[in-house]
Design a protein around this ligand. Structure first.
Ligand code: COA
Length: 237
């Protein structure tokens, strides 16, 4: 099986790739990639993404074959909640600066799924008191989600250096304020990993989540992507 999820009107997400052990290495996953990419292209999606573990060679190979490029290697970091000052809650006027400070993508509530971050996401997070900033003129920012199994999830984060470290420490305090056990986020790049370590965060496992992306050009005469969250006519892939 292989699933195509509609994560926004222009973005498709590939997930759930599973091939029964006795049928592996015969091109089934490759065929499922081809089918879903053609499906996304026909329906006018502009970008297709997927994530996979850094050691999942078959999926890296299939991605390369279909022209996906790796846009991030994300390493999970966790830290225990720590009493302190959870200051740094963002104000409405910060929305544009937060959008710029954060990376281009936001994670779904849990799991390895991302989609494009919009300024509406930022505004909504500010209204729900889920956006945090640090540094002068928003040098670092984060959007948090709900909690999962006692853990505070950071859905998007950006910045580096002292400001990011300060923000990560404040998020530990926010987890404590909410009565949660810990806080977790996905770090992208050496600067974020350094800030994470100096704020007391550690990776719970070795390895990373690799994020792949491929842009699609709209095929002539193809319809626009559906605006519903699930393509009702989707064949089972
Ligand atoms: C990953 C998985 C879906 C691959 O399915 P598959 O049908 O065997 O894959 P394919 O036969 O289409 O092979 C894809 C590519 O990987 C290579 N490959 C397949 N299995 C491999 C292995 N064990 N080691 C190295 N390369 C491998 C193939 O040679 C092919 O490369 P190529 O196009 O350069 O020749 C299957 O192994 C699986 O179900 N694994 C467990 C679940 C999982 O990891 N799912 C993916 C989650 S993101």
């Amino acid at each position: 099986m292989g699933k195509l999820t509609v994560v926004s009107p222009t973005e498709a997400w590939l997930e759930g790739g599973r091939v029964a052990p006795r049928w592996r290495r015969r091109g089934v996953a490759t065929a499922l990639f081809a089918h879903r990419i053609a499906y996304a292209q026909e329906r006018g999606f502009r970008v297709v993404r997927f994530s996979t573990a850094s050691d999942n060679t078959p999926i890296h190979r299939a991605g390369r074959r279909f022209g996906f490029r790796r846009i991030a290697a994300l390493r999970r970091y966790e830290a225990a909640a720590l009493k302190g000052d959870p200051s740094g809650r963002a104000r409405n006027a910060d929305a544009g600066a937060i959008r710029r400070a954060l990376g281009p993508l936001i994670q779904f509530e849990a799991g390895w799924e991302w989609r494009t971050l919009t300024v509406s996401d930022v505004r909504r997070a500010i209204a729900r008191r889920r956006a945090f900033v640090a540094g002068r003129g928003v040098e670092a920012a984060a959007i948090i989600g709900g909690s999962s199994d006692g853990s505070l999830l950071v859905r998007a984060i950006g910045g580096k250096g002292r400001a990011l470290r300060e923000l990560l420490v404040a998020l530990r305090a926010e987890a404590a304020r909410r009565g949660l056990d810990d806080v977790s986020f996905y770090a992208s790049g050496a600067a974020q990993r350094r800030a994470a370590r100096s704020a007391g965060y550690r990776p719970p496992w070795t390895g990373a989540a690799y994020l792949y992306e491929r842009s699609l050009s709209r095929a002539a005469g193809s319809p626009r992507a559906p605006s519903t969250s699930t393509p009702s006519t989707a064949p089972r892939t």
